[in-house]
Ligand binder design. Structure first.
Ligand SMILES: [Zn+2]
Length: 340
């Protein structure tokens, strides 16, 4: 197994050439092409293929054909960014932590049924779903075991259904290994601001965003939330933010319309599940988080959070673009050429 993908064991081709030599066949390419293979060697080869094929079946069944998890260097990079910066932005409140983790865990549990080819259960069980104290409206994953839901987004949500839509979208990016499909190359020694900058310049594509929405709808519906309510998040945010559409994103009303039609084909779980929190508890938790504010002045971890590309709105806000400029590496010094 490589990269989490099941690999069919290859046949013993090298051994067959050695077998040819043992039977006195010439090893030159010319001779091999000129001499017809005797019938018994063809049967022998076919027997070997069948033998290995049958031997591989129980191995695959025993080990289970696991869906891929993010590559180790991406998980390590995300952990370094969390431990060195982003952990300090996570809300310190047991009830809120438990609530966000429970929503994340429900999305992760739904993945096994909704998208088995992308659901690596052991990896998904290790993912932490955090509420971070940032006024930006966003949800983001750094490609390892951390999903960040921003308080600015939580405060904009009117129901758990809207919040769960954003959580499912972030998990969908993670399950599709979207970060690994960009040009990003994690380096263990890279300074953290430079790591954060890598996320700025390696944005997900529009196709990845649309696929994340499609997969998120499957996870969301399988998780027990009402599919028809997924689009409400984007309808509400359009009313709050309006306008700004990046060239690699679509306007929120179009996104909401696509989600409304996807809701019709969403899975229908056999058992109706209630939201994690009832509406009254949701409002109470949201009000508690409303008392928590970003620190005044420049906090580096908060600049990182703000700079990450927006995954929920149709473009980055002015504050986000300012944070991205703060992270932009200085240009290399201009080398003066001495006149010869
Ligand atoms: Zn996204």
């Amino acid at each position: 197994m490589q990269n989490g993908k099941c690999k069919v064991r290859e046949g013993p081709q090298r051994e067959s050439f050695e077998t040819e030599a043992a039977f006195g066949y010439s090893d030159t390419a010319h001779d091999r092409r000129a001499a017809p293979a005797p019938r018994h060697s063809i049967f022998h080869f076919a027997f070997c293929i069948l033998h290995f094929a049958f031997a591989a079946i129980p191995v695959a069944l025993l080990s289970g054909c696991q869906a891929p998890a993010p590559a180790q260097q991406f998980v390590a990079q995300a952990q370094r960014l969390h431990d060195g910066a982003l952990a300090s932005t996570v809300v310190v409140d047991t009830d809120l932590n438990d609530y966000f983790q429970e929503i994340g865990d429900r999305v992760a549990a739904a993945a096994k049924t909704a998208a088995p080819s992308k659901a690596n259960e052991a990896f998904l069980a290790s993912v932490r779903c955090h509420l971070v104290i940032s006024d930006t409206t966003n949800a983001f994953t750094t490609g390892g075991t951390h999903v960040y839901i921003y308080n600015g987004l939580f405060q904009a949500c009117q129901s758990e259904e809207e919040l769960a839509a954003a959580v499912a979208h972030a998990y969908a990016h993670l399950m599709s290994l979207d970060l690994e499909k960009t040009q990003m190359k994690p380096e263990p020694g890279r300074a953290l601001p430079a790591v954060a900058w890598q996320f700025v310049i390696n944005r997900s594509t529009l196709a990845q965003e649309q696929e994340a929405d499609r997969l998120a709808m499957q996870l969301y519906a399988q998780g027990g939330w009402e599919p028809g309510k997924f689009a409400q998040l984007f309808e509400r945010l359009e009313a709050l933010t309006g306008g700004n559409v990046a060239p690699d994103r679509i306007a929120l009303p179009l996104r909401a319309a696509a989600l409304r039609s996807a809701a019709a084909d969403a899975p229908k779980p056999a058992r109706r599940t209630f939201p994690v929190a009832d509406p009254k508890t949701f409002i109470s938790l949201r009000n508690r988080a409303a008392q928590m504010h970003e620190p005044t002045g420049e906090s580096v971890p908060h600049v990182f959070l703000r700079a990450f590309p927006n995954c929920i709105l149709s473009g980055d806000t002015l504050e986000q673009r300012a944070a991205q400029e703060r992270l932009r590496p200085p240009p290399p010094p201009i080398q003066k050429l001495e006149p010869s």
